[in-house]
Design a binder for this molecule. Sequence first.
Ligand code: DX5
Ligand code: ZN
Length: 210
Amino acid sequence: MKVAPSILTANFIRLEDELKSIEKGSDYIHVDVMDGHFVPNISFGPAIVEQIGKLSPLPMDIHLMVEYPLNWVDKVNFPTTEFITVHAEAHRFAESIKRIKFIGKKAGVCIKPSTSVETIMPYLPQVDLVLVMGVEPGYGGQMFIQSQLEKIKQLSDLKEKHGYIYEIEVDGGINASTAKQCKEAGATIVVAGTFIFNFENRKERIESLK
Ligand code: DX5
Ligand code: ZN
């Protein structure tokens, strides 16, 4: 299992140390951009994303929780940006996927807990990542919604059946036990915020997810 710590719950006053503390064992750094419209919360914008990219050697996995992702794709295109993921519930998300690929980055599509896999079926052959939310997007520290496991399984079956290449990533409510359930359902990457950043020994926490 690949692990992407979510920087959302880190201490931003000590950003450099926080990034250092998760470097070992992590595969990506998950970066949540929120606009206060698509979700009822605001996190940070491209200027902070740029700083994260400069301070950490980890590839950035950028999760755009914004109403108009097409306006933000180019603004989060930094040298260490690996994935840019847009929500299927956002405006012009299909054009955003095209734009992400055009600028040479890997494109992801994300579905909220109430959005079905059927909604994104036509886009599955084009994307590099499908992000399944384990909670309602907007805040860290919520409990994993068990019914999302079925979607992971569905995406995993479709991937095998059609030979698709996307990663199956799960975000929200991840701990050692939900990560295991996600792995069994076919997930390839888990995102974890509070499970990693609310504890001193981060290396151990990351290992337990792997
Ligand atoms: C929530 C964000 C997540 C969040 C996960 O909307 O997309 O990345 O940081 O936090 P935990 O792991 O605490 O559920
Ligand atoms: Zn996220």
